[in-house]
Design a protein around this ligand. Structure first.
Ligand code: 4NP
Length: 159
């Protein structure tokens, strides 16, 4: 059975679609796409239906990574359908846990920060790049490439 992973940030137009794209790219390179189902969502709904932010797309495309997703808002079913929900920062983590507390049953999904899989234990959050400059988007990709590598090593039976 494929492991179902949902990446979550605030707007679902910068960090979580980038995480989705980085992980899908890695799976393709390693020929492990069949082992995972991958999606992303935001805790906020302002950008529902939008493509990722152009600055995020450009930075990812420069690394050979496509960002195929359209923004959507996380919902309670996600907590039951996914095996793993990976949040970008502490605010996202709190929001997803608050949503989980509204369920009648415990969530199936394990809810943890994506940087739990990063190589630097001192880093716990992927900074929100939305109101900053281009370097912020590069930083997001650096952190996500590192963490997705760790994620795959933890969850693939073939790595
Ligand atoms: P994201 O970045 O959570 O990484 O998608 C943001 C995108 C949009 C907004 C905030 C953060 N916003 O306030 O519209």
């Amino acid at each position: 059975m494929a492991t179902k992973i949902l990446f979550v940030c605030l707007g679902n137009i910068c960090r979580s679609p980038a995480a989705e794209g980085v992980f899908l790219h890695l799976l393709k390179l390693k020929k492990l796409s069949r082992e995972f189902e991958v999606d992303s969502a935001g805790t906020g709904g302002w950008h529902v239906g939008s493509l990722p932010d152009r600055r995020m797309q450009k930075a990812a495309n420069n690394r050979g990574i496509e960002l195929p997703s359209l923004a959507r808002k996380i919902n309670k079913n996600d907590l039951i359908n996914f095996d793993l929900i990976l949040t970008m920062d502490n605010e996202n983590l709190c929001s997803v846990k608050a949503l989980a507390s509204e369920l009648d049953c415990p969530p199936k999904a394990k809810i943890i920060p994506i940087l739990s899989f990063g190589s630097n234990p001192n880093l716990t959050e992927v900074p929100d790049p939305y109101y900053g400059g281009d370097m912020g988007f590069e930083r997001v990709l650096d952190l996500l490439e590192d963490a997705c590598d760790g994620l795959l090593k933890n969850y693939s039976s073939n790595c």
